[in-house]
Structures are given as structure tokens and as C-alpha cells.
Design a protein. Structure first.
Lengths: 220, 220
DNA sequence: GCAAATTAATGATTTATTCAAG
DNA sequence: CTTGAATAAATCATTAATTTGC
């Protein structure tokens, strides 16, 4: 939960290259526009709240104590807690789900999976998200590579959707593939969180939460 | 607060295809695709504190009264409120920051920006995130297109990093570009949330909030 | 002058790549 | 070398602009 600390030294800053080889995509018309129209409108939806949990504490350094539930038998270390280090059970369940047909779990599913897997070790929703993302991509690559020798790719059996649930008693996760129905919907909303951990800022006080703007009460 | 409802009918489900034409891009399907639906599940959990704001109520329909600030002169409608529709002020500030050099704000910066822009209209952190993502990408495209006629691309002046801050008194956002430091760090953590809103469910009572899981009290 | 029909922008997602920790 | 993490490119989907037919 909370505090995850990912640090990464940014490389240049992805200014990838100027490569002119853009190809043949479709160039979108993209005429310049000049919207400046008058004040536009507005608002729409939502707003949620992003909880600003930025837990100031947690020195950038070692810590490794923050987790409460670390009981997992797993050896893993993740001392400084840098990146998720899945336990066997976690991987097993994920693979099971994948084999069951799950490819891109929606937010709710991710939540559930995360909760389940959390019993076996530290994990966050994004880890699950990424896992599926990566696993899917890598399986595809692998298959593509293999297909060079094979005739035509078998194509994954199902294009249907999968819902996970669990048996009421066993606390078992169950992935069932459903047929496609008329609508599919997916939404996800994110809350950004970051514990900053700059080399310099870490010695500062938490974070200033001052009001940046004059505070137009009214707003648009 | 809370309550955001994003609904969107998903298209198939990106099961992209094994399309053999990997060499070239994939052309826009263009064909209508029929969405399918799914029943999903759900429950909540969450590893973090995500407040399970899934407010059952709030019919998908009109509402449109929720905003307090609706006095905007704009004609607007944003009835169902689907996607963020930035106001002029918001765009202006974002562009200012962009011109100031900000390209990929980190989570804290996003929070601050969001808080500020929220004064001018409804907005969420992800909108800010996406805005920068899109704006950056599109500026790049534009430049690339232009560079065809020009000699060499000027390349954006700085690859350095930008931090926003605000002057302690003025409540002004200030974007300052810093030189690159040895470390750059960026982390973001997401909280997944989803309120389902199926075409059918909308006429139903809110949403099923069944507990899929046994509810292991412990959950990580 | 409006409002449906088109088109241009652009918000939101997904996929492909890249980077680096272990 | 494997694979978690993160960014950028490619797409998709909606909304605002515009255009067009009454």
C-alpha cells in the first residue's frame, strides 16, 4: 500500500530521435486552429478527489519497514522496496487467470486481484496492471517468433471476456470467460501519488501545500 | 464528491489481431465494431485507502445540476459529462507551463496543477497528465511535419527538468527549469476505480456491489 | 437563421518500446 | 537474461467547429 518508491534516473528525456522515417500512417489533417474561442465551457464531470497522500516520511533510503503485512513466506527481499517482486503464489494465480482468458482486467478486477494477491505478499494494483500488460505482450512476441516456423498462428482461442470471481468458500479466485455481450465498458481513474524523493528535497519538510493561485473563488 | 462517471462502450476488446501485416501499420479498421458487454464484477478492496467511492446513486442520466459553479456564460451543455472539457483559463495555464518547459510533470506537480486548475472548472489529475502527454506528442508531430521543409529541427532547447513551485506570497505558479541533476525520479501510483454503468445497469438500481471476495479482513 | 451532417481537435486508451533492477 | 516499470506512438471516441440544406 501506500508508499511505493520507484526511482529511476531519467535518461535524457526521451527526446527520441528526430527520425524522419515516419511513414505511412495516416496523417491526420490537423489543421491549425486557433480555438481561442471565447470562454468555453466547461466542466464536466467528475472530480474526484485525489487524496493527496504523500507520505512525507519514509526516507528515500532503506526503510523497508513500511509494510505491515509482510508475512509472506517468500524469501524475497525488496528491502528498499523498489519494485514488485512477485511470490510464487502470486505468479501462479496470475498465470491461471491469464490462461483462463483474462487479458486486460478492468479496474474492478484489478482491485480484486490485488486484494487476493495481497495475501501472499506485497502488491499494488499497478503491479497487476503491468503484469497483464507485459505478459500479454511477451506471449505475443513469443508466439510471433514461433510462428515463423509454423504455418499460421493459432490465435488465442478466445476473444471473449473474462470475469473473475471466487468461490464463496474456498477463497479461490475463479476466472470465467464469458461470451461477448453487447456492451463492454471500462473505465479507470487514477490518483496520482508520489513520494518524492529527490536527493535534495528529502531533507526538506514535507511538501508545501500552499495555494498556488490567487484563488479565484469563482472559477469559470 | 467524487462521483465520476465515465462511461464508454468499449469496442471489441482490443484483441488486436494476429494480423500478418505486421510490417506496416495497421490500418484503421474503420469498420464499425460492435461492442460487447460484460458483466463484471466487483467489489472493492483496494489496497490502499482508496475510498471506495462508488456512489451508487447518480443516475447516468442528466443530472447536470451537480456543479455549483455552473454560472458560466457558456452555453454549454456537458450534460452527461463524459470527458474533460477544459476552460480557456485552464488551457492557458497549461500552455504557459508547457512553454515554460514542463513536459512530464510528476505526481506532485500534477496534484498541484490540478488543484489550481480546479478553480477554473472541473478537472482531475489524469486530465492534466493526459494533457501533457497529448500536447507533447502533438507538438512533436507538428514539428516533425514542419521539419520536412526545414533544414534541421531546432530541437527543443532544454532537456532539463522542470519543477513548478509557487511563490510564497503571490500564489502564483512558477515553472522553473532546472538543470539536470544526477537523479531524476518519478513515480506515480494509481488507484483503480470503476463505476460501472452499463446500458442496462443504468436503469437498474445502482450497481451491484456484491462482494466477490470473502473479505479477508486482513487484506494487505 | 436553425439544426442535421461533416470535419477538425483533442481527450482517453491501448499497444509497442525502452530501460533497468535482480 | 528475465521481467517489472515507464514512456512514447498509435488509436479510438467524443466533443466543438464548420458546413450545408431547408
Amino acid at each position: 500500500m501506500g508508499s511505493m518508491k520507484v526511482h529511476q534516473l531519467a535518461r535524457g528525456f526521451w527526446e527520441h530521435e528526430p527520425s524522419l522515417s515516419l511513414g505511412c500512417k495516416r496523417l491526420r489533417p490537423l489543421a491549425p486552429k486557433l480555438p481561442n474561442a471565447d470562454t468555453h465551457s466547461h466542466s464536466t464531470v467528475s472530480a474526484f478527489d485525489l487524496k493527496s497522500f504523500i507520505r512525507p516520511e519514509s526516507g528515500p533510503r532503506k526503510l523497508g519497514s513500511s509494510d505491515e503485512k509482510r508475512n509472506s513466506p517468500q524469501v524475497e527481499t525488496h528491502p528498499g522496496g523498489t519494485r514488485w517482486n512477485p511470490t510464487q503464489e502470486q505468479i501462479g494465480i496470475l498465470e491461471m487467470l491469464y490462461r483462463g482468458g483474462m487479458r486486460t482486467p478492468n479496474a474492478q478486477q484489478i482491485e480484486q486481484i490485488t486484494a487476493q494477491l495481497g495475501k501472499y505478499g506485497k502488491i499494488e494494483g499497478k503491479n497487476v496492471f503491468y503484469w497483464f500488460q507485459n505478459h500479454k505482450a511477451r506471449e505475443r512476441q513469443k508466439q510471433k517468433r514461433n510462428s515463423l516456423g509454423l504455418s499460421h498462428c493459432p490465435r488465442t482461442p478466445a476473444a471473449s471476456f473474462t470475469t473473475i470471481s471466487l468461490d464463496s468458500r474456498g477463497n479461490q479466485l475463479v476466472a470465467e470467460r464469458g461470451e461477448d455481450s453487447p456492451y463492454k465498458r471500462k473505465c479507470r481513474s487514477w490518483t496520482f501519488e508520489c513520494l518524492e524523493e529527490d536527493s535534495r528535497s528529502c531533507k526538506e519538510e514535507g511538501d508545501r501545500t500552499l495555494e498556488l493561485f490567487p484563488l479565484h473563488p469563482e472559477g469559470r
